[in-house]
Design a protein around this ligand. Sequence first.
Ligand code: ZN
Ligand code: ZN
Length: 165
Amino acid sequence: MKLDLTDLFDNPGISQDFDTKMDLSDVKRWGNPIFGSLVSVKGHVENRSGIVSIKYAVDFMLQAVCDRCLTDISRQEHMEFSHILVFSLNREDDGEFIVIPDGQLDLAELTASDILLELPTAMVCDQGCKGLCPICGKNRNLESCNCRQEKSGRGLEILRDLLDD
Ligand SMILES: [Zn+2]
Ligand SMILES: [Zn+2]
């Protein structure tokens, strides 16, 4: 979905609302589609004294797989974003500015990239998720097993090396 903002750029004081539902089912993360529903996108663009900004909120059902226990995760997400929109940049972009040379904002593309950046690098069903046993593969959240716990290990050695420096 494209928003034509050419008029808005030319006229300080005006604003434009949008309220739409987007099908972003082809957007993937962790190798899988992440949207379990249409993405509701609500917000507005305004030109205040020549500065054009966009503010919007998204609501959607996030679907993913827990990195530790591989359980399906499905939960309602709400996120809010804002950016300054410009025709061009004089210097390197710092991420806050969105450049739209022709005054046409691709709202679907912006929404997808904002959401992807907002998602954590690792997805877990719960911060306290115990994961799968590396030996027998049982889900430790659901049942315990008698496998021998691996003690010490590389992790600590690396940490010690770092502390020695
Ligand atoms: Zn989990
Ligand atoms: Zn086990």
